[in-house]
Design a protein around this ligand. Structure first.
Ligand code: URA
Length: 196
């Protein structure tokens, strides 16, 4: 694959991102946030954009949404070491506003190469912004969460963003059910792991 990141290795993507000035968010960010987790993971989570705490630490999901995500993962028998977690946009936007088209376009090569290198079996979009960018522009989380689409060797699904659970805790069980289906699909439950 032709790459603007040299050979397109993880390190090259990281080096490129750490000095990226491709969109105006580079002026206001503190740190760009590269994806984190296992580079051998079968499951890739794609969320929207780093929040204020992620911007300070340069790590995805370290704030309150991250706490919700960790609890969900734990209750489904998963840890961050089982996944790769990234965002559509790698830099925090002032006031946490939705990323605009220019920002999404400028940032897309990073996500493209993370996906290319990881080759996940399953992509899980967290929230509307990711689902509409990755699955379908008219994707409706409330109606379509937990449904599956298949592309090449990858199964794609979406569920609510953990921040939606912070706003409405009644969504927790719904999202947990979606995650349990994801675990089932990937045969990554503790039971399956212990049997290996
Ligand atoms: N919300 C996101 O969408 N991504 C993060 O990394 C943190 C919070």
């Amino acid at each position: 694959m032709q790459s603007i990141f040299g050979q397109g290795t993880w390190n090259e993507i990281y080096e490129h991102l750490s000095v990226c000035t491709q969109c105006p968010l580079s002026q206001s960010r503190h740190l760009p946030v590269m994806g984190r987790g296992s580079r051998q993971a079968d499951i890739m989570l794609i969320a929207e954009a780093p929040g204020a705490q992620e911007d300070q630490q340069g790590v995805p999901f370290v704030g309150r949404s991250g706490e919700v995500l960790d609890r969900l993962l734990l209750e489904c028998g998963l840890g961050r070491e089982d996944l790769y977690i990234t965002n559509i946009i790698k830099c925090h936007s002032p006031g946490n506003r939705d990323p605009n088209e220019e920002e999404k376009k400028a940032c897309f090569p990073y996500l493209k190469y993370e996906t290319y290198l990881l080759k996940p079996e399953i992509i899980v979009c967290l929230g509307r912004v990711a689902a509409q960018r990755i699955i379908a522009p008219d994707f409706k989380i409330s109606r379509q969460h937990g449904t599956w689409t298949h592309r090449k060797n990858c199964a794609l699904t979406a569920t609510y963003h953990p921040s939606a659970i912070l706003h409405d805790p009644s969504k927790y069980e719904l999202v947990k059910e979606d995650f349990l289906e994801i675990v089932k699909k990937c045969s990554l439950s503790y039971a399956a792991r212990w049997k290996r």
